[in-house]
Ligand binder design. Structure first.
Ligand SMILES: C[S@@+](CC[C@H](N)C(=O)[O-])C[C@H]1O[C@@H](n2cnc3c(N)ncnc32)[C@H](O)[C@@H]1O
Ligand SMILES: CC(C)=CCC/C(C)=C/COP(=O)(O)OP(=O)(O)O
Ligand SMILES: [Mg+2]
Length: 293
């Protein structure tokens, strides 16, 4: 399946959309996604994320649990922690100028793209399998009047329309568990300029545990994804000219988010699997920043 779009010169460009039955399932999954835990958090300030949070909970911001505004405050706090996660990722992209182009592989509803543009003033190109998500992200960019800098397209991140060496930096924010890592890093390596920076924040299973735990299997089933091991990330990067510059274990930093979320009315049922697997050491929340050499 492909979608067609017109360039400025009106020459049609074929953009590969879902190319496997699995990718078709993932496109449908995100087209149909409307969980309050994502939409109500996004409504706080118009940044819509599909990733999790990091950092300490600000108990003063939560106030008295008996207070009629307590649910609203809890939602705002969860959202603050999710935006802190995106800030952490963007902080590892290096020196980005306003003339640079960044690539968000698996951009969701575009929250990280907006934050990247607001931080660097640069262009940000995102791809997602979901037409609904791309429309949502582009609508938000229009509302913010940044549509000439921030754009989402329906496209497979393993075969993007970007030119070789076009991007100063690229990232996957909780989107690499849907693809083969060798194929993924080959494409980032192609699109990045030499000296460019790649960053991922991801959940991965811990080779020290042995094999994926039952909690990891539960997370895979819940999201129809395929969580990779830490070892696979490092090996596939090494095979594709991506040399780790920083590997940051964010597991301890994400637990407060999960423990707070588990107390909210917006629980989805997956909280226990994340909390237990982070605590038993079978699963890790990692940031890896790598140089394209
Ligand atoms: C959990 S969401 C993360 C969204 C976003 N990175 C964020 O932080 O809000 C996963 C995203 O990966 C995208 N995705 C999964 N497989 C993909 C593929 N092969 N090509 C493009 N996008 C893909 C989905 O469409 C979805 O937007
Ligand atoms: C760390 C791992 C393994 C992530 C898997 C990918 C994923 C579904 C991320 C969150 O999306 P979301 O924000 O739509 O999920 P939720 O509805 O649970 O908040
Ligand atoms: Mg979410």
């Amino acid at each position: 399946m492909t979608s067609t779009e017109l360039t400025a010169t009106d020459a049609p460009v074929r953009i590969p959309g879902p190319t496997t039955p699995y990718q078709g399932d993932i496109a449908r999954y995100w087209d149909g996604e409307a969980r309050p835990v994502n939409l109500r958090l996004g409504d706080v300030d118009g940044l819509y994320h599909h990733h999790y949070g990091i950092g300490e909970v600000d108990r003063t911001a939560l106030g008295d649990p008996e207070d009629s505004e307590s649910e609203k405050k809890l939602i705002a706090e969860l959202h603050r922690l999710e935006s802190a996660q995106a800030d952490c990722l963007l902080g590892h992209l290096g020196d980005i100028g306003s003339d640079d182009t960044l690539v968000d592989a698996g951009c969701g509803r575009g929250g990280s793209m907006v934050m990247a543009h607001q931080r660097f003033g640069c262009k940000v190109e995102g791809v997602t399998l979901s037409a609904k998500q791309a429309e949502f992200a582009n609508r938000r960019a229009q509302e913010l009047r940044i549509q000439d800098h921030v754009r989402a397209r329906v496209c497979n991140m393993l075969a993007t329309p970007f030119e070789t060496g076009q991007a100063a930096a690229s990232w996957n924010n909780e989107s690499s568990m849907y693809v083969d890592l060798q194929d993924l890093f080959a494409e980032h390596s192609r699109v990045l300029k030499v000296g460019g920076r790649y960053v991922t924040i991801t959940g991965c299973w811990n080779p020290r545990y042995g094999q994926p735990s039952k909690w990891v299997s539960q997370i895979n089933a819940h999201f129809e994804c395929n969580i990779h091991s830490r070892r696979e990330y490092l090996r596939a990067m090494a095979d594709n000219r991506l040399v780790p510059q920083a590997v940051v274990d964010l597991t301890r930093d994400t637990l407060p988010y999960w423990e707070l979320r588990a107390t909210s009315s917006l629980v989805t049922g997956i909280e226990e699997a994340f909390i237990n697997s982070y605590k038993d050491g079978s699963f890790q929340y990692l940031l890896i920043a790598a140089d394209r050499v």
